[in-house]
Design a protein around this ligand. Structure first.
Ligand SMILES: NC(=O)c1ccc[n+]([C@@H]2O[C@H](COP(=O)([O-])OP(=O)(O)OC[C@H]3O[C@@H](n4cnc5c(N)ncnc54)[C@H](O)[C@@H]3O)[C@@H](O)[C@H]2O)c1
Length: 363
């Protein structure tokens, strides 16, 4: 079997690589982090993601390297890139890390047989089409295949997707992905193959819709609470309509984490760049903020001296504090002079002590 290169073997890339390894692919993971690469090769890395440690230690066809020249091997025909694309202050994504990978590839000899690059990172619509201009003469195709996963269940989510989204750059790359996911997925997902820009928009729009649904549930819930009604029953009845569905229609904390808020804002920005607007995405952000203050006032109305948070990460069981609404609530309560007890892992506690010294009491 041909080898697959996975460039960027971080949270998502490592899970993708190990999932593919388990179904028979030989994987070369390329990453710029030397210490991490050594840890992976020695199987001395421990991940907070379920199954990663177990899959890594059982793996026999995965190895990691810092050396980009491995891509030059003829056996590597497909190159999956999943490096970070952090948000910039204007809400667009920085493609700097993908650009760096592409520059490294450009330094290699032009492949005799065409190689196929598959971008897994979340990118701004239009980015992959820009790359094609740069790479076509160098005998690479570019496809887009983003991931729909949640932190804390990445391995599982990669094995049980509802759909596989492909922004097609070459029919061979599409066939490769269909074969790979056919083996890797236990959920028989639908394949949605389209042009690259449509896939880039679809990835962001999916998360926009989910944030909108969460915000809708929370705003209806706030109204029901203000009216003295039964939130769970109301939302469960609305979700029972099969046109709506119960998933993501629960009352709770606002949306947060490393994907939802930024994908929503990025699509909003992209619409602006196209001289149009997405008022629903704008309203979704406003509703999320409004809901935070509704919840804060509800908590303050309990008039307690001490508040206890079992978790302040954006999703219980993860160590991610980015855009966590739970953390925002805890901070607001502490700033109002309340004693806030946080029960969290040592990793999260370290981050809190660094960014919010002396604000919380830990248990
Ligand atoms: N984390 C999520 O929940 C999530 C969900 C969906 C999509 N995504 C997208 O997936 C992409 C990757 O996210 P992640 O959470 O796995 O990131 P990560 O930071 O955990 O991992 C990225 C890895 O890429 C490596 N890297 C950086 N620059 C490199 C380079 N030039 N060459 C080789 N390796 C390089 C880093 O050392 C790191 O190991 C991002 O675009 C993100 O938006 C993430």
């Amino acid at each position: 079997m041909k080898k697959l290169a996975v460039i960027g073997i971080g949270r998502l890339g490592l899970c993708f690589a190990l999932n593919a390894e388990r179904v028979g692919y030989e994987i070369v993971g390329v990453d710029i982090n030397h210490e991490y690469v050594n840890q992976l090769n020695q199987k001395a890395f421990s991940s907070p993601e379920p199954h990663v440690d177990e899959y890594l230690s059982a793996s026999t066809r995965f190895r990691a390297t810092n050396d980009f020249s491995v891509i030059d091997q003829e056996a590597i025909e497909y190159i999956y890139i999943i490096v970070p694309t952090p948000s910039l202050p204007d809400a667009t994504f920085s493609h700097q890390y993908i650009d760096e990978v592409i520059n490294q590839l450009c330094l290699l000899p032009t492949p005799k047989n065409q190689k196929h690059i598959i971008i897994g990172s979340t990118v701004m619509p239009g980015y992959c089409d820009q790359l094609i201009v740069k790479l076509k003469s160098l005998n690479y195709s570019i496809s887009y295949n983003p991931e729909f996963i949640a932190q804390g269940s990445i391995i599982h989510d990669q094995q049980y997707p509802d759909q596989i989204l492909i922004g097609e750059g070459h029919p061979k790359a599409t066939e490769f992905l269909k074969k790979l996911y056919g083996k890797m997925c236990l959920s028989h997902p639908d394949f949605h193959v389209m042009d690259r820009i449509s896939a880039e928009i679809t990835k962001l729009a999916t998360n926009c819709f989910l944030t909108m649904k969460i915000s809708f549930a929370n705003s209806i819930g706030d109204l029901v609470i203000q009216s003295g009604g039964e939130v769970e029953k109301v939302l469960s009845a609305i979700g029972a309509d099969s046109r709506i569905g119960n998933k993501y229609l629960k009352y709770g904390f606002g949306f947060g984490g490393p994907c939802f808020p930024r994908d929503n804002q990025a699509l909003l920005k992209y619409a602006e760049q196209k001289d149009t607007s997405l008022p629903l995405s704008q309203a979704t952000i406003e509703v999320n903020n409004k809901h935070l203050y509704f919840q804060l006032n509800e908590l303050l109305a309990e008039n307690k001296d001490t508040y206890v948070f079992d978790s302040v990460s954006y999703k219980k069981g993860t160590d991610i504090l980015e855009e966590s609404q739970q953390l925002k609530l805890a901070v607001e309560l502490a700033k109002k002079g309340k004693r806030v007890i946080v029960k969290e892992s040592t990793m999260v506690r370290g981050q809190l002590e660094k960014f919010y010294p002396n604000l919380f009491v830990f248990e």
